[in-house]
Design a protein around this ligand. Structure first.
Ligand code: SAM
Length: 243
């Protein structure tokens, strides 16, 4: 089976995304390490380095899932700061909350079940918003970006870490083969769930490439937008400011 997103309507997409993450939540962390050979840790480290986070900051880790970024932010913002891990999926939120509590990360972290398209926060709330490997799952990306812009403080910045388009044709082919042939097999072996990883491959291929996403950010108001390719453009980190 495959999901063939082009043929499905919005509600169906919302439900599929829900099923996928409900289904992968328990195995999410180990699959991340396996599929990226651990490299996702470097991509996340780089995101923190580009975030300008300081003690006292208020950070939104949107589509935060199992909380890798939240854990790093929590240590930096300290007692005077706050990190909100928001995710649409209660299973992912629960795995994240349990993991962070086990690591002793408590006190300055809050967990909120929310849809990126309609963020339940007042205007001008956050110094930093990150959305890592989350935007491609969102149905209405323009609406979500506008919602992020609204809740960001003037002077604040958004970081979007997401799969993107490899800059080199050969890498593109190798990567396509990997994601459409190997990835669902790994998903089957490790998580007994080939479909979810087939979805992952399809959602990566359909996600707007570097320049397009940059334009989408500018359209909702972000300024000084830039992106940086990581691992040959397999992943890109986009950044934009609200002034
Ligand atoms: N940020 C984490 C990381 O980098 O490891 C988790 C990424 S995971 C691939 C994608 C997450 O996006 C899932 O936890 C999923 O529930 C969440 N998500 C999907 N659609 C969403 C939406 N509309 N609003 C908020 N979160 C959403």
């Amino acid at each position: 089976t495959h999901f063939g997103f082009k043929q499905v309507d919005k509600n169906q997409k919302v439900n599929m995304v829900k099923d996928v993450f409900q289904s992968v939540a328990a195995k999410y962390d180990i699959m991340n390490d396996l599929m990226s050979l651990g490299i996702h840790r470097l991509w996340k480290r780089y995101t923190i380095d580009c975030s300008g986070v300081r003690a006292g900051h208020k950070v939104l880790d949107l589509a935060g899932g199992t909380g890798d970024l939240t854990a790093k932010f929590s240590r930096i913002v300290g007692e005077s700061g706050q990190v909100i891990l928001a995710d649409i999926n209660d299973a992912m939120l629960k795995v994240g909350r349990d993991k962070l509590r086990d690591k002793g990360i408590v006190g300055n972290v809050e967990y909120v079940q929310a849809n990126a398209e309609e963020l339940p926060f007042p205007d001008n709330t956050f110094d930093i918003i990150t959305i890592a490997f989350g935007l491609r799952n969102v149905t209405d990306k323009d609406k979500a970006l506008a919602s992020m812009y609204r809740v960001l403080k003037p002077g604040g910045r958004l970081l979007v870490l997401e799969f993107s388009k490899p800059s080199n044709e050969i890498l593109n082919k190798v990567y396509d083969t990997y994601s459409f042939h190997l990835l669902p097999k790994i998903g089957q072996l490790v998580a007994n769930d080939a479909d979810s990883y087939q979805y992952l491959a399809e959602s990566i291929r359909m996600h707007p490439e570097q320049e397009v996403l940059k334009g989408m950010m500018e359209n909702v108001g972000f300024e000084q937008t830039t992106y940086h390719n990581l691992t040959g453009g397999i992943v890109a980190l986009h950044r934009g400011f609200k002034f």
